[in-house]
Design a protein around this ligand. Structure first.
Ligand SMILES: NC(=O)C1=CN([C@@H]2O[C@H](COP(=O)(O)OP(=O)(O)OC[C@H]3O[C@@H](n4cnc5c(N)ncnc54)[C@H](O)[C@@H]3O)[C@@H](O)[C@H]2O)[C@@H](O)CC1
Ligand SMILES: Nc1ncnc2c1ncn2[C@@H]1O[C@H](COP(=O)(O)OP(=O)(O)O)[C@@H](O)[C@H]1O
Ligand SMILES: [K+]
Length: 513
């Protein structure tokens, strides 16, 4: 699903209105009708119910005025609070203000903070609050009475339905512009806005409903926004396994990892690769820990590599490269540890490996990103924000506050599909990026990233392109976590639990394909 910035949304409005000739009031009416439909769905028949609608002076306010009129016509009571005076409202919003007055709507002008106490009673008597103060046209930090009203709405404790976007939220960054409405439901028009699906915006938006208000599809196709929200319907198709097949048809994944410091990580990735449907998985670890890990997962083929003081190094590199043509894909990094031998190993592997690679964890901590440019085959990197911070020389907070741009820049510079993990994983591929909506805080647990590495490699081995495997893998990984959380709650989920749910998640997805 397309994911839009405010500028792209404005371009769509402009083409729809000016080039195609759809009157703005028609779009506004559709917008209002779509919010009404959602209100009826969520709160039942509106007849006899009381609403408080806060309307700003721009088109977002216009949507709110049209909605207020529709509510009144359906037998609801609706107090309308304008953040300003009626004279200040023009254009399509002005038209709707006129119509609302025509049907006899109650309208109060709230121009200063001191007046808020006079409307408090009416607002508290209302069952639902409608937030139509600011939309995608916000400029700068929220000022004046709009700020006071948002502050007030957030204290009322009634369900809030936001029109298009929670007022005060930046459509592009998902950050409040000083302050933003905390909504229960946001009905957004045409397409979801970037800021509504990434954090913290997603938290402000509450349940996001995307409403078709009649923008012709070709407009967005021509604009071709870079952002996509990964949805079930648009994921790469997972075929049924053919009847007449054998394990050789499902890829041989080589998982390389482990060190004297970390033993379990490559085993978790190996298990996850198998759980994603891989035909064969070989797990290569330094010889000093081979005895500890091999046999932990009976289905995995163990491979003991030469070790340098407990880490993989040059000897291991030669061993891997000699036998590389046995495999279809390499997942490298989990548990490798840090140090010179590992650096040499990773450097040589990236330069010489002819197979697609998924690089994670210490596989990333031991390289400079420029090394990726020298890779012979496609690479997927799966950093968490801390790893990304090291790779790009930034602070972790700075990575998290600009997740999309940093991920896209990484892909552009280093020619690798980049998966930036965390709440709302971002995946950048060439000139597009995807936001993965699945996953939950229960997945913030040791080894859950190792599961993702294994799943992506498993999908590559089964014939998905590395970018498709990254998108599908991240979605499935999050879905597995969500299904687990739904069944057992978010506490105490372990990485092996997530791995064990990968087949369940794939099965669930396949039902919809
Ligand atoms: N005709 C169109 O273009 C359509 C627009 N639609 C609605 O229109 C919205 C966009 O409308 P606009 O572009 O008029 O903009 P908005 O209505 O989002 O905001 C503009 C108003 O907010 C005030 N404002 C802006 N920044 C502020 C700040 N930092 N502090 C305090 N006040 C501030 C401005 O003075 C102006 O009154 C969309 O979100 C959507 O709800 C829909 O009705 C569909 C059609
Ligand atoms: N709050 C969250 N919401 C969604 N997904 C999350 C959340 N926290 C963690 N995850 C997911 O869990 C995984 C954690 O990976 P990572 O940080 O590499 O853990 P580890 O290094 O322990 O394996 C990532 O895929 C991440 O997207
Ligand atoms: K709004």
């Amino acid at each position: 699903m397309y994911l839009l910035t405010a500028e792209e949304m404005r371009a769509i409005d402009r083409v729809a209105i000016e080039e195609i000739g759809i009157p703005g009031v028609v779009l506004m009416e559709h917008a209002a009708l779509s919010v009404l439909a959602e209100i009826e769905k969520s709160f039942g028949d509106v007849k006899g119910k009381r609403f408080a609608a806060f309307c700003g002076r721009g088109n977002n306010g216009g949507d709110g005025l049209a909605l207020s009129r529709l509510l009144i016509q359906k037998g609801a009571e609706c107090y309308v609070f304008l953040s300003g005076t009626m004279e200040e409202i023009g254009g399509d919003a002005g038209t709707n203000l006129g119509v609302l007055r025509g049907v006899g709507g109650y309208i109060a002008e709230v121009t200063q903070k001191e007046s808020i106490k006079f409307i408090e009673k009416q607002v508290k008597e209302s069952e639902v609050i409608i937030d139509a103060i600011l939309g995608t046209g916000i400029k700068g930090d929220v000022r004046g009475i709009n700020r006071d009203l948002i502050e007030f709405i957030n204290t009322v404790g009634k369900p809030v339905v936001s029109v298009d976007i929670p007022s005060g939220l930046d459509s592009d960054t998902g950050r409040p512009m000083g302050i933003a409405v905390k909504s229960d439901i946001t009905v957004t028009f045409g397409y979801p806005k970037v800021g509504e699906v990434i954090y913290p915006g997603a938290e402000y938006a509450g349940r996001l409903v995307v409403a078709d208000i009649g923008y012709p599809a070709r407009i967005v196709e021509e604009i071709n926004p870079a952002g996509r929200l990964a949805t079930r319907e648009e994921l790469p198709f997972i075929r049924d396994r053919e009847r007449d097949t054998h394990k050789g048809n499902y890829g041989h994944v080589l998982v390389i990892g482990g060190s004297k410091d970390f033993v379990g990580a490559p085993a978790i990735s190996s298990l996850a690769a198998l759980k994603s449907g891989a035909g064969l998985v070989t797990m290569a670890v330094p010889s000093c820990v081979a005895g500890m890990v091999s046999g932990r997962i009976l289905e995995v083929i163990p491979l003991s590599l030469g070790d340098e003081d407990g880490y993989l190094g040059k000897v291991a590199l030669d061993e891997v490269l000699t036998m590389i043509d046995r495999f279809d894909v390499v997942a490298v990094g989990p548990g490798l540890g840090m140090g010179e031998p590992v650096k040499a190993f990773m450097d040589g592997l990236i330069k010489n490996c002819p197979l697609p690679m998924v690089i994670d964890a210490d596989g990333l901590n031991n390289i400079e990103p420029t090394a990726l440019i020298k890779s012979k085959a496609p690479v997927v990197v799966t950093p968490h924000p801390g790893e990304m911070a090291r790779l790009t020389g930034r602070k972790t907070e700075d990575v998290n506050s600009d997740r999309i741009n940093i991920t896209r820049e990484f892909t552009r510079r280093y020619k690798a599909t980049c998966v930036l993990k965390g709440a709302r994983t971002v995946i950048a591929v060439e000139n597009r990026y995807y936001i993965i909506p699945t996953g939950n805080p229960g997945m913030a647990t040791a080894g859950s990233g190792d599961v993702l590495t294994g799943v992506i490699a498993g999908f590559i081995g089964q014939g998905f392109s590395p970018t498709d495997a990254a998108i599908l893998g991240a979605y499935v990984h999050g879905l597995a976590g969500d299904m687990l959380a739904k069944k057992r709650g978010e506490y105490g989920i372990t990485a092996t639990d997530i791995a064990s749910y990968i087949p369940v998640a794939i099965n669930e997805l396949k039902k919809r394909m």
